[in-house]
Design a protein around this ligand. Structure first.
Ligand code: ATP
Ligand code: MG
Length: 586
């Protein structure tokens, strides 16, 4: 499928309405020829011929035609505008659905500003094309050839002379189309780039301020802004060059009519009335010629936008949904990694990882930064697909499970916490928006979030996220944990979820996790030994490989990396326990 057949698949649903709109435009154009005929008749029949009683009838005819043309124009405009909005609506919807299907790899490589441009500026170029350009081009081409035919019926010699401009018009059209195309592509690229820059700077404005880099960013913005202006000016250069050429050609038509027409009238080969009639048709020839430059502009904006949108749309996700994936309402949560490897961009990220967890067990994952902990969790959720080996849930390869079903059974508190611009309650209840408030509160209590939420200005109705109140790192983590818990998942993944909370809070959360009243396999990714030491299985990762695995006691006995980390942190932990006991005694 090409970009244009894709575009047409949206437009064709409105074929009947669009055709009717074009029929109305044809009607309007045909009625336009009445005016020159009436003018000719006034000269020949009324003024020269003396049929004065014809005048009121001719004027009445003109008035009626003007009213009918006005009504038809209004009707056709409504049709084209509504068609364009309907096409845009379904196109935006389709593109957005596809964006939601894309995998992590897609979003890792795409700039947010580019994706925003596809859904805004590029879509608008398409709206403009359907609402305005299609009928304008049709009307102008129709008027031009219709007027030429009418002139032929009046005087074929004059019409032939006027045809001289046609090859020139065609040559200029081809030249403008060829030269304009790369410049319009450049505009779309610069527009995306400017969008990305603004979007990143607005999102990252805290970093800009923290490093006092406002001047530096303004300078960078000015460069982007300059580049966009230059791209627009380069495209404007095209029409400033070609529009006068079309203007010249249309003026040539006037000159030809005046010169040849006058000679013919003087020689008696044409009546004065016919001359007036042909003069009346003249605007129907000159106007379309003048418009060509502008319409080529519009068409090129449209074609580049369709191509850009389609290029984004047609990217297929690497993670594919199985056609008839196995669906299980409630998975048990048995997880097996069998010789799993994952590489991206020719780099091995996970190498030959194997482990097995039974439903209801807890797994701790420890390892230095960049060792592949989050990647293993991402493979379990099928955010990426393994390059080698297999990931099994309840004994079934995750690739054979229905993708949504799998993810519905997993509750994940991600390492990078993202909260929506919504109330605290809305954020926690994201997976079950209709659940009773008691459930939201219960999840918040388990995540030790209830007390600070209650202290917020509007409690659970406080807006958080981008346009909401500021939250501390630990508070965000706890809301994210409550969100994952409310799902009552079969598999719960906590990726560094308690790194920003104090140890007392962490210990409280751990007790709550142990008391989860349904069977749930828990993965805890952490740096602190205290977060994972009670786990049924601890995996120690290094450079994408499991270097040690076992229980806390087994790993201590092993005296490897885990034992070293434990000794580094142990003092701190012991002190904490002692401190707690002394506090308790008091
Ligand atoms: P941290 O403790 O800092 O969160 P981590 O153990 O969770 O680290 P991962 O996020 O799993 O580490 O990343 C492991 C390595 O793989 C990193 O070097 C990262 O840059 C790389 N990586 C992860 N995903 C991809 C990907 N899709 N494409 C390319 N590289 C990736
Ligand atoms: Mg990580």
């Amino acid at each position: 499928m090409t970009a244009f057949s894709w575009f047409y698949s949206f437009l064709k649903k409105h074929n009947a309405r669009m055709l009717f709109g074009l029929v109305l435009v044809t009607f309007i154009s045909v009625l336009a020829i009445v005016k020159p005929i009436v003018s000719g008749s006034i000269v020949d029949d009324v003024i020269t011929g003396g049929q004065y009683d014809l005048l009121p009838k001719l004027i009445a005819l003109l008035v009626v035609i003007t009213v009918i043309r006005g009504l038809c124009r209004y009707w056709s405009q409504v049709i084209f505008e509504t068609c364009s909005q309907d096409v845009l609506f379904s196109m935006r919807d389709t593109v957005y659905r596809k964006l939601l299907q894309e995998d992590f790899n897609f979003y890792n490589k795409k700039r947010t500003g580019d994706l925003l441009s596809r859904q805004t500026g590029d879509m608008d170029a398409i709206r403009h094309f359907i609402a305005f350009v299609i009928y304008q081009v049709y009307e102008n081409v129709f008027l031009f050839f219709f007027a030429l035919i009418m002139i032929f019926t009046v005087s074929w010699q004059l019409a032939l002379c006027m045809c001289i401009v046609l090859p020139f018009a065609a040559a200029v059209t081809i030249s403008q189309t060829k030269n304009g195309r790369p410049r319009f592509q450049k505009i779309r690229e610069q527009f995306s780039s400017l969008n990305t820059f603004v979007q990143e700077n607005v999102s990252g404005n805290r970093v800009v301020k923290a490093f006092s880099k406002e001047d530096y960013e303004i300078e960078k913005f000015n460069k982007e802004n300059d580049a966009y202006r230059d791209a627009e000016l380069a495209a404007a250069e095209i029409w400033t060059k070609y529009v006068p050429q079309f203007e010249f050609l249309s003026n040539m038509l006037t000159v030809i009519l005046m010169l040849i027409g006058s000679i013919m009238v003087i020689k008696g080969n044409m009546t004065l009335g016919n001359y007036v009639t042909v003069n009346g048709y003249l605007w129907m020839l000159t106007n379309p010629l003048r418009q060509i430059g502008w319409r080529i502009n519009d068409i090129q904006r449209f074609t580049t936008s369709v191509e850009k949108i389609y290029a984004t749309y047609s990217e297929e996700p690497n993670v594919k949904r199985p056609k008839s994936g196995i669906k299980r309402k409630q998975l048990s949560g048995d997880v097996t990694f069998r010789n799993v490897s994952y590489s991206a961009d020719d780099e091995d990220i996970i190498r030959n990882v194997s482990f097995e967890v039974k439903s209801g067990q807890t797994v701790g994952i420890l390892g230095s930064t960049g060792s592949g902990k989050s990647t293993i969790m991402n493979l379990l959720c099928r955010f990426y697909d393994v390059t080698d080996g297999e990931v099994l849930v309840d004994g079934v390869n995750v690739k054979d499970l229905d993708l949504y079903n799998l993810r519905q059974n997993i509750g994940m508190a991600m390492q990078d916490v993202f909260l929506f611009s919504d109330t605290v309650e809305g954020n926690i209840a994201y997976s079950r928006p209709d659940c009773p408030f008691e459930d939201v509160k219960k999840a918040a209590v388990m995540a030790d979030a209830d007390s600070f939420i209650q202290e917020m200005p509007d409690g659970y109705d406080t807006i958080v996220g981008e346009r909401g109140v500021g939250l501390s790192g630990g508070q965000k983590q706890r809301i994210s944990l409550a969100r994952a818990l409310l799902k009552e998942p079969s598999i719960l993944i906590l990726d560094d979820t308690t790194s920003a909370v104090d140890m007392e809070t962490e210990s409280y959360i751990q007790k709550q996790l142990n008391a989860i009243d349904h069977k749930c396999t828990i993965f805890i990714v952490a740096y602190r030994i205290s977060s994972i030491k009670d786990a049924d299985l601890i995996l120690v990762l290094n450079e994408g490989q499991i270097v040690e695995q076992g229980t806390h006691e087994e790993l201590l006995a092993n005296n490897g990396y885990y034992a070293t980390v434990f000794r580094h942190q142990y003092g701190e932990y012991e002190q904490y326990i002692k401190g707690g006991e002394e506090h308790g005694k008091k």
